[in-house]
Design a protein around this ligand. Structure first.
Ligand code: PAZ
Length: 344
């Protein structure tokens, strides 16, 4: 019989919550991808992006959602690809994706870029790209086609927090074959609470009984097994989103002490596009512990000017903070790979 734990361990979680139906298929594709990138000598980064949902019913009508448009992940994935990395882009279904993000339906609808030219021969009219938009589109399309030709982008989708956790575990286990050449860039906004399937209502929760109270359990702290078991040598970058400035640095440091990974990138909800802070142990090789002093961590702030939004500038002509985030991580990842060579 199912007993109700107060906090799920990762093991208890995976033993009680079912995997997504496509998991096996997804694992096989990731395995092939990782093998090919290894043979071709590329570094691989797993980018997670977008928010997870928590369904409230088995036949889902209602769910809780986590904030994230997927901009951070989709934009960063492009800069990793430009730098020669292969990218596994694990994102929330229908959130922004590399390349197509430039033509998002809400901010830059692609239909506005197209003109209909009258037919010259009296038959079918011709569709063309508005002249002022051609050079931007050509740049994005060229990159997109090059990446497809090189086979360096692999896409996976999740919706629920269950999908996310099962996929993260499977992908990280597959990427362990790459050793230090694998990076984990965990920008997805993952729910901290969930409703175990065993306590979900089968059908739509009915109104009419007044207030709705739902008691949720804590999602297991998945970074711990990721660091300690699933991918021992991967370079792990997690993100921390806060709305209270006073919490950002303490929470980032607490995460490093608890999980012992390489970097936490902290960001404030409203300034996340212009300012982030990298928090990392001063001595990257030392083992972090929960009683470690805060002085043993260093902070590195990255800022870009807030753009003038009054002009008619296309989104990819504006400086994007992800360009600098990725450039900084490339240096740190290389140093970390080199460090292993000198100590072995
Ligand atoms: O996807 P987006 O660009 O709208 O937002 C990115 C972000 C704020 C979700 C990301 O930078 C982040 O902080 N992710 C981790 C969130 C968390 O603390 O769970």
């Amino acid at each position: 019989m199912y007993t109700e734990p107060t906090t799920f361990s990762a093991e208890a979680y995976f033993a009680s919550q079912p995997p997504p139906p496509t998991l096996q298929h997804d694992i096989e594709r990731v395995r092939e991808f990782a093998k090919r990138q290894k043979q071709e000598g590329r570094k691989v980064v797993l980018v997670t992006s977008g928010g997870t949902t928590v369904p409230l019913e088995l036949n889902v009508v209602r769910f809780l959602d986590n904030f994230s448009a997927g901009t951070r992940g989709a934009t960063s994935a492009e800069y990793f690809l430009k730098a020669g990395y292969a990218v596994i882009f694990m994102h929330r279904q229908f959130s922004l994706q590399p390349f197509s993000r430039h033509y998002s339906h809400s901010t830059n609808p692609f239909l506005d870029f197209l003109d209909i030219e009258p037919s010259k021969d009296g038959n079918t009219p011709v569709i063309s790209v508005t002249p002022s938009k051609r050079s931007d589109l050509l740049e994005v399309l060229t990159m997109y086609k090059d990446v497809h030709k090189a086979g360096t982008l692999h896409t996976l989708t999740f919706v629920t927090v269950d999908d996310y956790l099962w996929l993260l575990r499977a992908v990280s286990q597959e990427l362990s074959v790459l050793g230090r050449n694998a990076m984990f860039y965990l920008a997805a906004a993952v729910s901290d609470f969930f409703l175990p399937r065993q306590r979900m209502s089968e059908h739509k929760i009915q109104s009419g009984k007044g207030r709705l109270s739902i008691e949720m359990d804590q999602v297991p702290k998945i970074l711990k097994p990721l660091v300690d078991e699933w991918t021992k040598d991967g370079y792990i970058v997690s993100f921390k989103l806060e709305t209270d400035d006073n919490l950002l640095l303490p929470k980032a440091k607490a995460a490093l002490k608890r999980y012992g990974h390489q970097v936490v990138i902290g960001n404030d909800l409203h300034r996340r596009k212009y300012e982030v802070v990298f928090v990392s142990p001063k001595s990257p090789s030392s083992k972090t512990t929960t009683d470690q002093s805060d002085d043993e961590f260093e902070e590195y702030w990255l800022r870009i000017p807030i753009p003038d939004t009054s002009g008619n500038v296309s989104p990819h002509q504006v400086k994007e903070i992800e360009e600098d985030i990725v450039a900084e991580l490339l240096k740190r990842h290389s140093a970390w790979i080199d460090q292993a060579k000198t100590t072995s």
